[in-house]
Structure formats: structure tokens, C-alpha cells
Design a protein around this ligand. Structure first.
Ligand code: MIC
Ligand code: SF4
Length: 641
């Protein structure tokens, strides 16, 4: 049978289940990555599993999110993660070494392998032909312990790239165009495979930019073929031995197909407050800009920053604009320094940040009140930058650099001729990556006072009486459920403390009301829980007594995270019932385990006196998890603990 790339990799890793779209399968995971904002919890969970040594081929623990050390919390978590990596056998990428996805692409990614990461942008590795998937920390901990990863077999969308990219149009414009066409839910339940004659002109970092933002489409993953360009990239990183050609069979058939003529693209921007609110920069017009941020796991490669330096060279940033640049990795920063581009950036007035996520997750550089911030990042959800009333636009680095000079959003084609970019030798320096010792048993794990024990849920009761604590709309993001930013992120290993902020951007009284109610339910619209992989968006509500979320549809990772912590993800059988429900209504669910087993749950609205039905998309395995009150409870029960 003719196979696409997804089928080839899935077949090589299939442990159980049938490769039919929608079926739940289990696959073997070759590599994992964690980062510090999700990793502390993942390693605490791994410790709880009692497995002495990580069982994947390779696991890397990165420090890149919580790098602002305004108190002891983040530094303590870093020390915990460093000692845990040594003890259990993971590579440790030290603070300052770069953003997990960029470093993983450069130093560890291997075509044809599976990578599971506790970060939603893990699919960046798809730029190298890896099946790279984002998941909650608990799923990654299970994979580190040698367990399988479960997923529903995705459908495969083929994006046929034709034509040649015009000057000043880049990888970001390709993925923004797809977001414009498909929206933030267009990729749900799908893997996006890129191919066609236009593919060869894209470098691996460009492919990685596109694969990275497949997360914004809601896709399970994105895959590029592993071809001559992949080999060249791996060779430049001194890793040609990791190359393996991986192409789809020419007569493979796909569930869906779209054609993208690169020659017809022009510079694009995503407007506030969603990555799919895409327009051409010409259409938006010359908006006055206050802040420009270049970096993040989407656009922080050497090529992106070299282009930025060439544009800024010999000129000065506009007086109104604060320009911040965060290189994706220490390798990128070293190369910029060596070729002289760093000096040009500094001379032009750029504020150089350490290679880390930084402003992308609100770790500093919050723009001023009411500001317009232009960012080369992947998400522009309201408030994510740290300033609630700021407006964030997403563009590629060329538009960002040109706009920084002019103080207004500018189509980079106004600059005239596209600059030539000199080739530069890749600097390979893994000095800030600590390999695990051969034997870690004797290593003491150091825990700071901010690291609190992981709370567990109760097993599923027969009957639930739940107060509707919040009625939310469509496309609720995990940034709204469990916000990040410099103030809240340091509490990621302290669930009682972080739970105070659940739904804070929507309703500051949520945590108090949840505590008063004891148990509760949240109502959502379509694509509930889009965005990040943070399991805290399930774990902290669980701590506050949330037993179920009733929505019109769910984002993939968040749906799994809810199940993992024993929160029932229910779907409205009839969308009209969404309209009737009001905040503070009391809902009664009887014979819950039995009804869940039947796939349909009757609910009684005791406040308004009517009955309605909800359904679910839980597999038998997931139903067992829900009954146990979460995956950790189930694992303990199965081990007889
Ligand atoms: C994000 O971009 O939102 C994050 C921060 O990287 C998250 C992970 C987290 O919340 O720690 C993600 O994308 O999964
Ligand atoms: Fe970091 Fe931003 Fe990428 Fe998330 S999206 S991993 S916060 S750079």
C-alpha cells in the first residue's frame, strides 16, 4: 500500500490499535523533551512512578521559560530539574542555552523518530521529518518511564507547495496564509504534511517555523519530508549520521489536500487577538507601533536574525519603538557574534535578551498600556504579553525589522532590493548541555520550598451535583484558563498557590467561588482549551473541585489533560442547550459511571427544572482513567499500591 509520511512513521512505532482515522492507538516514543514551566510537574510525576531510570532513547530537560529570577522559585525549580535529570538519565540544557524547540532541532532531532514534548510547539521537529507531538507533562512522564503514548489516529492533510517565494516573503507568511484559510481549529484531528515542488526551496529552519505554528491550527503535528535539504542541515550541525531519507510514496492518498502557490503570497500579519485573524500588511496599513519583539521558537533562527541585522545595519530604531531580540539558541547568538551581525543589532539600538522564551510568555518586556506590539511569535492571545489592553500583531522578521526602523507597520517590500545574506559556518558548542552520568542512583534531588506535593483527585462518585461556575465562549485558550507571565509562572510547582489564578483573565472571583461551591463545572463553546499544553489548566481547576467541563468541542491536548486529572470532558448533544445554561445553575448527574459507559449522560438542571443530554468522545481506556479519578490514581491501582 502506498503510504504518506504519517503512516510510515506510525507503522514503525505502532504498539496497539488500528491505523484508521479516529481510532485510538498506542505508539512508542523515541525521544522526549520537557521545559521548565511544565517539566517540574512532569519530573515530580515521573518520580511518583518509581521508575529508576528514563527508558526512552533520549530525553532532554530544557530550561527556557522561567528564566527571570525575581525570587527564589524559578532558580529552585531549575536546580530540582538539573538534579532530577542527572539522577534519572536526561540531558540537561542549562538556562541560557536556548529555547527547547530550536535547540532540539539543531542538536537532537532525528528524521523518522517520534518525539513527545510537554510543550505545544513540540511539532517544530516536523521540520526535520520527525513525528513530534505536544502533550501534557503526565503523558511525557509516562513516555519517559517507557510507557506508550495514546492518540487518535489523525487524518492527513496534504499541503502541496508550488511556485517560488517572492523576495521579502518568508516561512511565516506561508503559515499565516494557512491560518487565514483554515482558522485555529482547521488542523484539529489532523497531521499536516507538506510536499510538492515548492518544498525544496525551504531550509530546515523555515520548515520548522511552519511546523511550529501548526500548533496554532490545532493540528496534532506537521511533517516535512526528510530530503537533501534535511541532510544538508544535519551535516551543518555535525550530525549527518542522523540523516535518513523519508519521502511519502508518490501515489499515497490523503484525506484532504490543498494547494498553496508560494509565488502569490505577500507579507502577512495576524491581527489581535488570534493567530488566524490574518490580513496582508498592505491591507492593515501604516499602524503606529510601540514595541517590536523578534525571537520565540517560531522565528529565532540564525537566518531570521541575520536578515534582521542586514535590514537594521547602519540605521537606528525609531525613537518610539522598543526593539527586543531574543535569539533562539546560544548557537545562534554565538554565530551572530562571530559574523558581526550582533554588533550591527546592538548599534541599531536593539535590546538583546538571553536565548529563551522571554516576552513570548510574558517573562518580561510587557508593552506599555494600550500599546501596539509587533512580534515574530506564534500567539497573540489577549493579555499573554503581560499587558491586557495591548494589541499584538504577528509577522515575520523582515516586516518586524523594517517596521522597527519606521515606527509603523510596514510591508518590507517598501525597502527595495532584498539584501544578500552571506553564508556563515555553523558553530557547534554543546558546552551548556550536560549529558546524564552513566549511573545516577546516588545523586540527591534538591527541592526548594516552592515545590509542593502533587494533589490527586478522588475517584469518580456515583452522583455529582455541580454548580456552573463559569459560562465561557468559543476558543477559550489555556492562557485564559491558567494564565502564565512573570508573576504566575514561578508557581507552576505549587498547585495550591497557582490555583488562585484559574480563569483570572475572565473572572477574578472564580477561585473563591469554586472553593465556596466545593465542586463545580465549567461551560465552554467550541475549541475549548486551545493553545498551550500546560496541564496546569486541568490540574489547578481539579484542585479547585472542577469535576467536569461541558463544551461544544475541545482542543486535543487539553482534552487529554482533563482526562489525565479525572475531569470529565462532556460535549453538548444539542448546541441549543448551551444557550439555556446560566452561571450558578446547579446540575445533577446520576449514575455517572454507568451513564458514561453508555456514551450519553443525562443532566438535570435543578435551578431551572429541565433535563438535557451530553455525550463524550472517551475511549474505554480513558473511561477507566476517569473512573479512577485520574491517570496517576489508575496507575497506582493497577500496581496494587
Ligand atoms: C506557550 O507557548 O504557551 C508555552 C508556555 O510554551 C506552553 C507551555 C507552558 O504553558 O508551559 C505551551 O505552548 O505548551
Ligand atoms: Fe517558548 Fe513562546 Fe515557544 Fe511557548 S511559544 S515554547 S513560550 S517561545
Amino acid at each position: 500500500m502506498a503510504d504518506h509520511l504519517t503512516a510510515k512513521i506510525l507503522k514503525e512505532h505502532l504498539l496497539s490499535g488500528r491505523l484508521e482515522p479516529g481510532e485510538e492507538i498506542a505508539i512508542r516514543i523515541d525521544q522526549t523533551l520537557t521545559q521548565d514551566a511544565t517539566g517540574t510537574m512532569a519530573y515530580l510525576q515521573f518520580e511518583g512512578m518509581g521508575v529508576p531510570r528514563i527508558r526512552t532513547e533520549l530525553s532532554v530537560s530544557y530550561i527556557d521559560h522561567n528564566t527571570l529570577q525575581a525570587g527564589f522559585e524559578n532558580a529552585d525549580d531549575h536546580r530540582y530539574l538539573q538534579t532530577a535529570a542527572a539522577r534519572f538519565g536526561a540531558y540537561f540544557s542549562r538556562p541560557g542555552n536556548g529555547i527547547c524547540h530550536q535547540v532540539h532541532l539543531e542538536r537532537f532531532g532525528v528524521p523518522g523518530k517520534t518525539l513527545l514534548g510537554s510543550d505545544s510547539h513540540t511539532p517544530t521537529g516536523g521540520g526535520l521529518g520527525m513525528l513530534a507531538i505536544g502533550a501534557g507533562g503526565l503523558d511525557v512522564a509516562v513516555a519517559m518511564a517507557g510507557g506508550p503514548f495514546h492518540l487518535n489516529v489523525p487524518k492527513v492533510l496534504r499541503v502541496e507547495l508550488t511556485g517560488t517565494l517572492p523576495p521579502w516573503v518568508g516561512a511565516k507568511d506561508i503559515i499565516l496564509e494557512l491560518l487565514r484559510r483554515l482558522t485555529v481549529r482547521g488542523g484539529v484531528g489532523r497531521i499536516i504534511e507538506y510536499g510538492g515542488p515548492g518544498t525544496a526551496q525551504l531550509t530546515v529552519p523555515q520548515r520548522a517555523t511552519i511546523a511550529n505554528m501548526g500548533a496554532e491550527l490545532g493540528a496534532t503535528g506537521s511533517l516535512f519530508p526528510s530530503d537533501g535539504e534535511t541532510r544538508r542541515f544535519l551535516a551543518s550541525q555535525g550530525r549527518e549520521q542522523s540523516f535518513r531519507e523519508l519521502l511519502p510514496d508518490p501515489d499515497a492518498s490523503y484525506d484532504d489536500k490543498i494547494i498553496l502557490d508560494l509565488g502569490r503570497l505577500e507579507p502577512l500579519a495576524a491581527c489581535p487577538h488570534s493567530p488566524d485573524a490574518v490580513k496582508t500588511i498592505r491591507e492593515i496599513g501604516p499602524l503606529q507601533v510601540d514595541q517590536i519583539a523578534i525571537g520565540s521558537c517560531t522565528n529565532s533562527s540564525f537566518q531570521d536574525l541575520l536578515l534582521t541585522a542586514r535590514i537594521l545595519e547602519g540605521r537606528l530604531v525609531h525613537p518610539r519603538v522598543s526593539l527586543v531580540i531574543a535569539p533562539g539558541s546560544r548557537q545562534v547568538l554565538l554565530m551572530l557574534a562571530q559574523c558581526g551581525a550582533l554588533g550591527k543589532l546592538i548599534a541599531a539600538g536593539a535590546r538583546i535578551l538571553e536565548p529563551a522564551c522571554g516576552p513570548c510568555i510574558g517573562m518580561g518586556q510587557a508593552p506599555p498600556s494600550g500599546a501596539i506590539s509587533l512580534r515574530t511569535f506564534n500567539r497573540n492571545f489577549q493579555g499573554r504579553c503581560g499587558t491586557t489592553d495591548a494589541s499584538v500583531y504577528l509577522t515575520g522578521p523582515a516586516a518586524a525589522a523594517v517596521s522597527a526602523l519606521r515606527g509603523r507597520l510596514t510591508d518590507p517590500r517598501e525597502e527595495g532590493a532584498f539584501p544578500t545574506l552571506p553564508p556563515a559556518a555553523v558553530i557547534i558548542d554543546d558546552g551548556m548541555i550536560i549529558p546524564p552520568p552513566a549511573e545516577g542512583g546516588g545523586i540527591e534531588i534538591i527541592r526548594g520550598p516552592n515545590i509542593r506535593p502533587l494533589p490527586l483527585n478522588d475517584s469518580l462518585p456515583e452522583q455529582l451535583s455541580l454548580k456552573v461556575l463559569l459560562k465561557a465562549g468559543d476558543h477559550i485558550t489555556t492562557d485564559q484558563i491558567m494564565p502564565a507571565g512573570a508573576k504566575i509562572l514561578p508557581l507552576r510547582s505549587n498547585i495550591p498557590a497557582i490555583s488562585e489564578y484559574v480563569f483570572a483573565p475572565l473572572d477574578r472571583s472564580f477561585a473563591r467561588r469554586a472553593r465556596e461551591a466545593g465542586t463545580g463545572l465549567v461551560v465552554g463553546g467550541i475549541n475549548y482549551g486551545q493553545g498551550s499544553s500546560r496541564e496546569h489548566a486541568a490540574l489547578a481547576p481539579m484542585y479547585l473541585g472542577i469535576k467536569a467541563v461541558l463544551a461544544k468541542s475541545f482542543a486535543r491536548i487539553h482534552h487529554t489533560n482533563l482526562v489525565n486529572f479525572g475531569i470529565i470532558p462532556l460535549l453538548f448533544e444539542s448546541p441549543a442547550d448551551y444557550e439555556r445554561l446560566q452561571r450558578d445553575d446547579i446540575l445533577l448527574l446520576e449514575k455517572v459511571p454507568e451513564q458514561l459507559e453508555q456514551g450519553r449522560v443525562n443532566l438535570t438542571n435543578r435551578t431551572r427544572g429541565y433535563r438535557f443530554a451530553a455525550v463524550h468522545r472517551l475511549s474505554q481506556r480513558q473511561l477507566r482513567i476517569i473512573r479512577a479519578g485520574g491517570l496517576l490514581n489508575l496507575m497506582r491501582a493497577e500496581k496494587g499500591q
